[in-house]
Design a protein around this ligand. Structure first.
Ligand SMILES: Cc1cc2nc3c(=O)[nH]c(=O)nc-3n(C[C@H](O)[C@H](O)[C@H](O)COP(=O)(O)OP(=O)(O)OC[C@H]3O[C@@H](n4cnc5c(N)ncnc54)[C@H](O)[C@@H]3O)c2cc1C
Length: 357
């Protein structure tokens, strides 16, 4: 009998499991051969404090100290550069204020990224946005979990969940595993897990986002370039290990699955990016897609289900799962332990599953 059984070995599950291992015996089950195989292995790896709804931003901010200090720090300088072509001024103004950006001149922007087109009319910069070492964060939480006696089982897909007198009996990896409390961190599959347990689903929607990786444009050293994006998050491009990743920032509804990039989506992203740069787009070196899974209000879903307090939601991480992980996992543990939280009351309510009851 475990105290906590965590379902899902992405960043949400691994971070929650690590925090909960301070409170009791934790076992984590993951369907795949490896942890962080789905959304958590496919992110753009950014930390932008002002990205997301207000309650998401509260989690971002509350996570900063952990990101800066734990595991030797997982953040490194990057910055984001907003670029507008003629006709995009309204959307540009909205983004400048949302992200707390400083407007700079197009020629200052070209000083950062020399391949920008002359036609760009407006530019904004936010230097506080940082690269986030996602692997280091997952491995850091994993090591905390193991140090505190937690265990991990891969190739253990949960196939049945039954309520028993003392908690839950979960069938996974051909075994029955019993725990007082189940934590649902199954990403795109979280509603399916709830249904298995007889808990009403939230209405989570997995949205596919596709990414193409292209060689460094014109042989430039892209390492110091900021992440670039179009107004209204219409596309983005970001340096990635000597190459550039380019995405149409699409949100294509999908079933929970091992997602892959559609050719048309990649082409759309590259065409949008091409409108801002002088160097011709080259054939992608590789591509991938991942599912960003959102609750209807685009806030995370963190805490006990109204129908049964021994079923804990840790889902709806959307496009923010890494930047919010330290504070989101801490909030889940604080709610279970009945401890005060650093997250303000209004944000806690906006994140709590009871909002859908
Ligand atoms: C292209 C892209 C760019 C992104 N950029 C950023 C970014 O810059 N910054 C940021 O913070 N976030 C970003 N994100 C979002 C971030 O990647 C996700 O929010 C995060 O990875 C979600 O983590 P998760 O653990 O909830 O889901 P997942 O990583 O998908 O993990 C869920 C796990 O549950 C397992 N599972 C499901 N069903 C079962 C079952 N029945 N039994 C056992 N295991 C099961 C799955 O196999 C999976 O491994 C991006 C995402 C994408 C796709």
């Amino acid at each position: 009998m475990f105290d906590f059984l965590v379902i899902g070995g992405g960043i949400a599950g691994v971070s929650a499991a690590a925090r909960l291992s301070e409170l009791g015996r934790v076992h984590l089950v993951e369907a795949e051969d490896n942890l962080a195989y789905h959304a958590s292995g496919r992110s753009a790896a950014m930390y932008e404090e002002n990205y997301g709804a207000p309650a998401v931003c509260a989690l971002n901010k509350a996570s900063r100290h952990h990101h800066e200090t734990a595991y030797g720090g997982v953040l490194s300088p990057r910055g984001i550069l907003l670029l507008a072509n003629p006709g995009q001024e309204d959307s540009f103004a909205d983004d400048i204020s949302t992200f707390g950006m400083t407007e700079i001149t197009p020629s200052e922007a070209r000083g950062m990224v020399p391949i920008l087109q002359e036609g760009i009319t407006r530019a904004g910069f936010h230097g506080a946005a940082q690269d986030l070492d996602t692997d280091k964060l997952v491995q850091g939480f994993l090591s905390d979990l193991k140090k505190q006696g937690g265990t991990v089982q891969t190739r253990a897909q949960v196939r049945a969940i039954d309520r028993i007198k003392t908690g839950w009996r979960v069938t996974a990896g051909g075994q029955d595993i019993c725990a007082h409390t189940v934590v649902n961190a199954a990403g795109a599959w979280a509603d399916q897990i709830a249904k298995m347990a007889g808990i009403p689903p939230i209405g989570l929607t997995p949205l596919r986002r596709s990414v193409a990786r292209i060689a460094a444009p014109g042989g430039h050293n892209v390492a110091p370039w900021p992440m670039m994006f179009g107004p209204g998050e219409a596309w983005y491009a970001k340096p990635d290990a000597g190459a550039l990743i380019v995405s149409p920032a699409n949100e294509t509804p999908s079933a929970p699955m091992d997602a892959w990039a559609e050719e048309m989506e990649l082409a759309e992203g590259l065409a949008l990016y091409q409108d801002y740069v002088t160097e011709p787009v080259t054939k992608p070196i590789s591509s991938w897609a991942g599912l960003r899974t959102f609750a209807p209000d685009r806030n995370l879903v963190l805490g006990p289900a109204s129908q049964d307090p021994s079923f804990i939601w840790c889902a709806g991480q959307g496009g923010y799962g890494f930047q919010t992980a330290p504070a989101a996992s801490q909030l889940v543990a604080d709610l279970i332990a009945g401890r005060p939280s650093d997250i303000d009351t209004q944000s806690r309510a906006a994140l709590h599953p009871a909002r859908f009851a």
